[in-house]
Design a protein around this ligand. Structure first.
Ligand code: DGY
Length: 333
């Protein structure tokens, strides 16, 4: 319990678990978003007035303009490993600590990446819709025949912790040959553990039977997969995106799926989500999920708790657990 001085005020921008909120209320004056509606930038700005900290999700954009209009803000704790909703340079310039939630979601998200890969390759949702529509009246030799997963070539673009988790599942669980491309190569020991081989991006695209995208979104990774990259892929290939919308050019992907330039895609993230490109919605060779790769209750709880713990660590103890811009700590420390 913080005592003696006025307690700092914090904003919790989306609904979180009641016990996580109660933990914050032991230290802070808390304004919470009970409706769980996504606030407009203007409403977020208004609610941040007088707040020293904010617990945000990927839906809240922490821009330079917002930071300039919220002079009391000292820390923004994102309940996500990705932080492309933060202008990190502006946070640092204004002395605002930014934190995220790495590690606690790695294995859960890798599980989901593999689930989406399997569902896409083996045409799970397409065949289920067929059955539910009452169209199944006989067994047929090639009905919903999909792509082989075991023994095939798994390509991973972006080889951080989640990419490594997917590589291990592919190599050790499904006997896949694992290729990856990343700006920096893994250490030989980690490559051996993942049984993964670094290749240039063009080779990855050309050789993968299943290509999984796990790279962070930035200006550099915008449309990392567009028409030119899709043209390099096998016509039998599947593409899985669990990273961020904007890494794939959804318009180009819809075209590639419609013209069978690639066989299928599994998408958990979209450009402009929660709006989904109408052509993707109309295609049967794409599995669509609403940004749920980290969504198990234990993992979402761990993410919320870590974000809350970052607020407490910084505002009460002057430290941070998982800082994105640790320079701010040395400046305020
Ligand atoms: C992440 O942690 O970045 C996920 O996408 C959150 O939903």
């Amino acid at each position: 319990m913080t005592s003696g001085r006025a307690r700092p005020a914090v904003l919790v921008a989306r609904r979180v678990f009641p016990d996580v909120l109660a933990g914050l209320q032991r230290h802070f004056e808390v304004e919470a978003n009970d409706t769980d509606e996504v606030w407009s930038p203007e409403e977020l700005r208004q609610r941040l007035q007088g707040k020293a900290g904010a617990l945000t999700t990927g839906s809240e954009r922490i821009s330079a303009e917002l930071l300039a209009a919220c002079p009391d803000l000292r820390v923004v704790a994102n309940m996500a490993v990705g932080f492309n909703n933060f202008d990190v340079a502006a946070c640092t310039a204004q002395g605002v600590l930014a934190t995220n939630t790495p590690d606690v979601l790695t294995e859960t998200t890798a599980d989901f990446g593999f689930a989406l890969l399997l569902a896409t390759a083996r045409r799970l949702t397409e065949s289920e819709h067929f059955l539910r529509a009452g169209l199944w009246n006989r067994w047929s030799v090639d009905m919903f025949a999909g792509a082989e997963v075991h023994g095939s070539t798994l390509g991973i673009l972006g080889m951080g912790r989640i990419g490594q988790g997917i590589a291990r599942r592919g190599a050790h669980g499904f006997g896949m040959r694992v290729l990856y491309h990343n700006r920096s190569r893994l250490s030989p020991a980690t490559e051996a553990d993942c049984r993964a081989e670094w290749v240039p991006k063009a080779d990855l695209l050309a050789q993968a039977d299943h290509l999984v995208l796990v790279l962070p979104y930035s200006a550099a990774s915008h449309h990392a997969i567009g028409a030119a990259e899709l043209a390099l892929m096998k016509p039998t290939a599947t593409l899985v995106n669990i990273a961020r919308g904007g890494i794939v050019d959804d318009e180009a992907l819809a075209h590639a799926l419609r013209t069978r330039q690639i066989a299928a895609a599994g998408l958990d993230v979209f450009e402009g989500e929660p709006t989904v490109h109408p052509e993707l919605l109309a295609l049967s060779n794409v599995v669509l999920t609403p940004h749920i790769a980290s969504a198990t209750l234990p993992t979402r709880r761990a993410m919320a708790q870590l974000a809350a713990d970052n607020l407490v660590a910084f505002l009460v103890e002057g430290r941070a657990l998982t800082p994105i811009n640790p320079d701010v700590l040395t400046r305020v420390g």
